[in-house]
Design a protein around this ligand. Structure first.
Ligand code: R7I
Ligand code: MG
Ligand code: MG
Ligand code: MG
Length: 308
């Protein structure tokens, strides 16, 4: 029903932001102990999000404004991202993405700006995947979510590893939204669905490695096998694994992702989007949610996109 759909949409966006904000202060650490996570969950402070959520919000607003069926307007989206970067330089941006945004603000077309980094090949950072979750709310099917994710990713990440990661994560979030919470989660079926939207053999093999990682692995073991860094192929698999590990608890999925260390805000955010999409906003931990920056707007955007 409509209320349930709105709850799942809100869970998707709030889960993404919560994972980002909870993971933010641990970004770059090698592993995070449970007591440190407890502290962040229970402190009275506002939970501030980072660039991951800044860009997720820009993409969500872009999708709300679009005419039905008109898709992504790439140059407008590139400008929206770039203006958000210029407005808030302190949000923990990726090392090279500023060059892309600077070129767009100086009048470059998005596709040449995106190719300007890393010697013309473009970035394979995880920035396209980390912000992609809202496309799952407007795409009718998982393959269409993958295609829309790809288009939104290319706007800044010209390297196929970077843009294909956005397709994979968008498809995965769409599939998570389509599962029924409270019924058994079928990890193999989920991974088959993601693989069927997969843009290339490289991602097929990353998904197979994710499937083959023992479900009982600790966060450290999973990170060792799947990676936990700022590259797209080195982070999306661990986020998927955190969700497979804890499909019925957004809190545990996010804690697992952050405990693994490395790119904690981003892997936490991608895991939070997946588990939040399946379980809904009502399943998110209420204490941290009350302290989350921007929560009211995220919830509102979820409603708008769910009913669009
Ligand atoms: O992808 P991007 O927006 O970064 C997102 C990350 C997340 O962790 C956020 O939380 C934020 O902290 O940053 O920004 P990029 O600068 O395009 O990519 C991120 C990093 O990936 C770069 O700074 C590089 O270290 C690495 N990288 C590459 N390294 C070598 N060659 C990306 N592409 C390449 C490459 O082609
Ligand atoms: Mg960040
Ligand atoms: Mg950073
Ligand atoms: Mg990060």
């Amino acid at each position: 029903n409509a209320g349930d759909r709105r709850d799942r949409a809100a869970g998707l966006l709030l889960g993404a932001a919560l994972g980002d904000a909870l993971g933010a202060r641990f970004e770059g650490m090698s592993a995070v102990r449970a007591e440190r996570l407890d502290e962040v969950e229970t402190s009275g402070e506002e939970l501030r999000y980072t660039d991951d959520t800044v860009l997720t919000l820009v993409l969500a607003e872009h999708l709300v404004e679009q005419e039905p069926g008109s898709g992504i307007r790439s140059q407008d989206l590139a400008l929206g991202f770039a203006r958000a970067w210029r407005a808030e330089p302190g949000r923990g941006w990726g090392g090279s993405i500023g060059n892309v945004f600077r070129a767009v603000l100086a009048g470059s077309e998005w596709s040449s700006a995106a190719r300007s980094s890393f010697g013309g090949q473009g970035s394979y950072g995880n920035g396209a995947a980390m912000r992609v979750s809202p496309v799952a709310l407007v795409a009718p099917t998982a393959p269409e979510a993958a295609a829309l994710g790809q288009r939104s990713g290319e706007v800044t990440h010209a390297h196929p590893d970077g843009s294909h990661a956005a397709a994979v994560q968008a498809c995965a979030v769409h599939l998570a939204l389509s599962t029924t919470p409270g019924t058994a989660f079928d990890a193999d079926r989920f991974l088959d669905g993601v693989a069927s939207c997969c843009p290339d053999s490289r991602w097929i093999s990353l998904l197979e490695r994710t499937r083959a990682t023992p479900r009982s692995s600790s966060p450290g073991e999973a990170a060792e096998r799947l990676g936990n860094d700022v590259t797209a192929p080195g982070s999306v698999p661990l986020a998927l694994f955190a969700f497979l590990r804890h499909p019925d608890s957004p809190r545990e999925a996010v804690r697992f992702a952050i405990a693994a260390g490395g790119d904690t805000d981003t892997i936490g955010s991608m895991a939070g989007a997946l588990a939040g999409a399946r379980c809904g906003a009502t399943a998110l931990p209420p204490g941290p949610l009350r302290r989350l920056e921007g929560a009211a707007r995220l919830r509102e955007l979820g409603s708008l996109l769910a009913s669009g």
